[in-house]
Structures are given as structure tokens and as C-alpha cells.
Design a binder for this molecule. Sequence first.
Ligand code: CUA
Length: 313
Amino acid sequence: MNWFREWLLGPQGSTHAQSVDDLYVFITLLTIFFFFFNGGLIWYAVRKWRRRSAKEVTPHITHDTRLELIWSVIPLIVVMGIFLWGFNSYVKAWVAPNDAIEIVATGKKWVWQFEYPDGTRTLNDLHVPVNKPVKLVMHSEDVIHSFYVPGFRLKRDVIPGRYTELWFTATRPGVEQVFCAEYCGKGHSDMLARIFVDSPEQYEVFLREGDEQVRKMPLKELGKLVYENKGCATCHSLDGTRGQGPTFKGIWGHPVNAADGKQHEVNADYVRQSILTPQAVVVAGFEPIMPTFQGLLREREILGIIEFLKSQQ
Ligand code: CUA
């Protein structure tokens, strides 16, 4: 049965996944059974009691109490069983163990931000240790988002003005994909994050020194990665098309007109300022909607973006 489950639902990444999958596979098999059972009954009845001559008249049938009880009570028992099964699993998924590591997750158009107990912050990349319970305390800065991890079989809405929680124990080292599952505007389908399930040692190193790629990757490649993974791509195109923000194509070293009427040259200082205090200079014709990345990007990542911009001629 495992191959069927895996084919249907994908590999399991958390302790919670098994109970969701069991119930899901049970309901699927039950549905397949009743599809053929009901279809068979209909086929049988249609053949057995078909009209054989033009003179035949259907007798007047009002009801059959015994039959009606059977087809009401048996399904009732089955659906109540499904309800209790699901409720049990839901309660377990809702209440986090006391020793869970608490990480604050913030959704905003169109990035996920994470803050760890020691103050480390990351964007769109969440690191967690394997086999340890982790609790996310989540809220939104703008509209309703939804934090969805298919591999963990978990999803919970992220709502402005309210905290919601989601907890899991990751069981499979590697990377899990996170989706936003609540339509939140133009960048909704790009609102992706990754969960890196680390060994305890890797997790410690990450908290101390940051991602390995941030420390070691050549700047231009790092910049490209930051551009793709940290939300820049949602608003800034590379091919000159107009998005929510100005394109990155061919702006390096050229002047831009700001909304306040002044001109600014796109150089390293300008790019750095635009990332950290994006409202300081807003390019004419665009809305001041870019969030600040202060404290969210490491210094090397900003340098990476600058190098990457230089290459976009
Ligand atoms: Cu955030 Cu959809």
C-alpha cells in the first residue's frame, strides 16, 4: 500500500503526515469501493427490472422502512468514524508540545520572513533541526496568506491582526517546499519558501554563521539567488517589462527620476539604500510599496545584489 500512498500524496516529511495519509487513503479506497458497489447495484437493477413489454405497468411503491434504515445508519456510522479519526488527528496537529522551538513567521506581499529565538532572521528560507518539534507563531502584515507545506501535510492561514500557530516535527533531512495557499495578489504564486531540515550540527552552524551559500558563493551568483528567492523577482523584471517596481534591466550606472523630482544615479550606494530604506527614493511613476529588507539580508547578500545588477545590461 505504501507505493500507492506515496504515488498519491508524495513522501512524508513530518510525524503528522502518517495520520493524514492513513485517513486520506482510507477515504479514497472507500470512495472507489462505493463507486463500483453503487454502479453494480444500478446495473443489476436496470437489467433485472427493465420494462419488457409495452403493457407492463410499474407498481405503486411508497417506501421500505428496513432498506431506508440500512442506507441511513450504515453511512452515518462510517462518516462518524471518519469524523472522529480526523478530529483526533486535527487536535494533535493543533496543540504543540511545550519543548517546541518557537519561530516567528511573518507573511507579507510576497515573502515569508522568519525570526529565530536568538534573533536571527531569514527571508523565504527556514532552517529547522530534524526530529525536533518546531512551533511557528505566524501573522501577516497585510492580507490573508496561508502557510502550506505539502510534505508535512500541514496548512494554516496567516492573518493580519491575529496570531496563528503551526507546529511540526520534521523527519526527513532535506528541503521541503512551502506554498502560499490563499490568493493574495499578483505575486501569490511566487510567494514560495523552503524549509531546510538540518541535522542538529548544521542547524547550530546556520544560527551562528548563516547559510553556507551566503558565506561561500561568488557574489554575482549569490545575487541571482537572492533575486530569485527573496522576493525581488516578484516586482522587478530582468527583461525590461514594467512590474510593481522598476525593471532591473539596464539601470546600472544610469540616472533615474525620483518621485520628488530629483535625479539619482543607480550605483552601489543607491542600491543599498533602496534595499534597506526603500521609501527614501521612490522612482517616479511607482507606488511606495517595497518593504524594507533591513536586518533580513546579510551584508554579503546586498553586495551580491549589487554585483547581479551590474550584470543586467
Ligand atoms: Cu500570500 Cu498568496
